[in-house]
Design a protein around this ligand. Structure first.
Ligand code: HEC
Length: 143
């Protein structure tokens, strides 16, 4: 009797498992969340630029009202992000963490908006740093 080459069998199994391994490494997120994060990214950019200004440049050149609007919208986007909490409550990816990072980034985004309107450089930088930490925290845990 002719034996089937083992390598062929091994290769077929490998090919079958490959997409599964890939899916496990990269968590899939709903299209709506990906779109949401794209707007988040657009709003984030000018807010970050302004946080890197010198005090004098921030006070004179920053477009405070525009920054306030980006930050207010950011808070809204962060509230919307809450809806996409993972269905499974896993020990290393707890739902609570998702909700808390959304709430925190929304809260600091509102503080950022207020600081921009007051043209308060140190409050602006402080709120930006706290907001950014909340963004990073969620990415570290869930992405
Ligand atoms: C509650 C969790 C959570 C919070 C809070 C959060 N994000 Fe995200 N973010 C995600 C997830 C999940 C993805 C991956 C989705 C995807 O593939 O785009 C993502 C993707 C992104 C991307 C796309 C990156 C890429 O690979 O192209 C950017 C930019 C981004 N987030 C910025 C931010 C900023 C800025 C904040 C804070 C203002 C923030 N995020 C807050 C969960 C979060």
């Amino acid at each position: 009797m002719k034996r089937k080459p083992t390598w062929l069998l091994a290769m077929s199994i490998g090919l079958l498992l490959l997409p599964m391994a890939d899916a496990r490494q990269k968590p899939q997120f709903p299209e709506e969340l990906v779109k949401l994060m794209e707007e988040v990214q657009e709003r984030f950019k000018p807010l970050q630029d302004a946080a890197r200004f010198s005090k004098a440049k921030f006070e004179t050149d920053a477009k405070h009202e525009e920054l306030a609007q980006h930050a207010t919208r950011m808070a809204e986007l962060m509230k919307q992000t809450t809806k996409f909490a993972p269905e499974k409550d896993l020990p290393d990816k707890p739902k609570k963490e998702w909700n808390e990072t959304c709430e925190n980034s929304a809260k600091y985004a509102l503080e950022l908006a207020a600081a921009a309107r007051k043209k308060d450089y140190s409050a602006y930088r402080k709120a930006f740093k706290s907001m950014d930490a909340a963004c990073t925290r969620c990415h570290d845990v869930f992405r």
